[in-house]
Design a binder for this molecule. Structure first.
Ligand code: SF4
Ligand code: SF4
Length: 443
């Protein structure tokens, strides 16, 4: 029987319009805006100043503290300013703005596309290079990858899980990456296995990508310990806890980490980035982004430099359709609406979704009818119909007791609610307040 996670989940329309569109490399933009906070954790500290010239791949900001990531220039040019610039959240954050003049890569970076299969780096060197290259989780979580590779004292992993699920409807960047860069992915997985000292790796891929399943199954036959595992289609199977349950039937405890059950999860894009960092000495300065929507002329997957304005990607995919009602950073389930097309692509940008006006409007909100559908679909076993009013009326103790912090913001509850209740919006708000309360209690 094909595996999946047992509790909750939904199956939204897939609409993967860009699935058949091979990855195109976008030309280097005239200017880039590179935020110093593109990852979970402390923003990086700038190493450059206005007027400095930088090369492509040069370190321009150093990770600061334990949870942080290095940032590199994605172009060759001159630093125009270091200033507060709006990012995809709508807030202004410190960013390095660089006017590009050329594409001259920093010394020591191997830009040759030849596959480098032979692994000479030891475990510590793999972790160090991942840190140096500023690799973060490319599935959207943007957690600095070197931390996941440095297991806490006393913890041990026996299985590496590679996330090729791509369960967000509409997104196809991971799908294309698996089809087009499978060889690099395999070497990247071997590097991750070596860093973690594990002998087994499972690549989880949902059944709606049979070509990727077939391609990687064939390639993995040449690699000891790496196996492809097809999964039933169900959202949010790409979430770490659900993927672990689906693939190896282990349950991560509330507030726990995958390593607590002997595993570590990395996205397919992250594994390719680790390959480039270790084997090619290439920092993370570009990524694959899906640009799609029902009425787009050319739904596409682009390899794009970090810092490129979102508008450039939309123009390259045929332009903004007249009937666009909303532009979303990410997929329809977990993505967030953008309020400007001038904001830059960052390490966490997996897709840009254009929603037509007739689909963008929210359903009218009516009273909860106690149908319990939101409870049935919640993969974390929460009661969203309770968490929303707890937030609305500031009942923080209740929200904490009802484990609001376990919500992984998958949006399944809002998606299913027949009363149009914006459950996730309130729960997000509630999570941030409850987190603050818990932090202040500890001080
Ligand atoms: S409460 Fe959170 S985890 Fe549960 S369905 Fe809603 S968004 Fe997903
Ligand atoms: S799905 Fe909506 S209407 Fe049904 S119980 Fe949950 S909040 Fe209420």
């Amino acid at each position: 029987m094909i595996q999946t996670f047992p509790k909750g989940g939904v199956h939204p329309a897939e609409d993967k319009f860009a699935a058949g569109s091979p990855i195109k490399t976008l030309k280097v933009p005239e200017a880039v805006v590179i935020p110093l906070s593109q990852h979970i954790g402390a923003p990086a500290e700038p190493l450059v100043k206005k007027g400095d010239t930088v090369k492509t791949g040069q370190l321009i900001a150093q990770s600061k503290g334990f949870v942080s990531a290095n940032i590199h220039s994605s172009v060759t040019g001159t630093v125009k300013k270091i200033d507060s610039e709006p990012d995809s959240s709508g807030y202004k954050r410190t960013a390095v703005v660089i006017d590009a003049v050329d594409d001259d890569w920093a010394d020591g970076i191997d830009t040759d596309k030849t596959l480098k299969k032979n692994i000479t780096a030891g475990a510590d060197e793999i972790v160090r290079r991942t840190l140096d290259a500023g690799i973060v989780g490319l599935g959207g979580a943007t957690f600095p990858s070197h931390i996941k590779l440095s297991l806490p004292k006393g913890k041990k992993a026996d299985i590496l899980i590679i996330n090729g699920v791509e369960c967000e409807p509409c997104l196809t960047s991971d799908h294309r990456l698996m089809l087009e860069r499978g060889d690099e992915l395999m070497v990247g997985i071997q590097l991750l296995m070596k860093a973690l000292n594990v002998t087994r790796a499972f690549i989880g891929i949902e059944n709606n990508k049979p070509d990727a399943i077939a391609h990687l199954s064939k390639l993995s036959a040449d690699y000891e310990g790496i196996k492809v595992r097809p999964l039933k289609i169900k959202y949010p199977q790409g979430a770490e806890k659900q993927l672990i349950k689906a693939l190896i039937n282990r349950e991560v405890p509330s507030g726990g980490l995958p390593v607590d059950v002997g595993t570590v999860v990395h996205n397919v894009g992250t594994a390719v980035a680790v390959y480039e960092a270790v084997q090619k000495n290439k920092p993370l300065i570009e990524r694959v982004v899906t640009v799609t929507g029902r009425d787009m002329k050319e739904p596409s997957n682009f390899l794009v430099r970090i810092g490129t304005p979102v508008r450039t990607l939309i123009d390259a995919a045929g332009g903004l359709p007249d009937n666009t009602g909303k532009v979303v950073n990410g997929g329809p389930m977990m993505g967030k609406a953008l309020n400007s097309l001038e904001v830059p692509v960052t390490k966490g940008t997996s897709g840009i979704l254009l929603i037509p006006a007739d689909k963008a409007a929210r359903k009218p909100v009516v009273n909860c009818m106690r149908c319990a559908k939101c409870i049935t679909v919640c993969p974390m076993g929460l009661e969203p119909h309770l968490l929303m009013p707890a937030t609305e009326f500031g009942k923080w103790e209740l929200a904490e007791e009802e484990r609001i912090l376990d919500c992984m913001e998958c949006g399944s509850c809002s998606y299913i609610c027949p009363s149009g209740r914006p459950l996730l919006d309130y729960i997000r708000l509630g999570k941030s307040t409850v987190s603050k309360i818990i932090r202040s209690r500890k001080q």
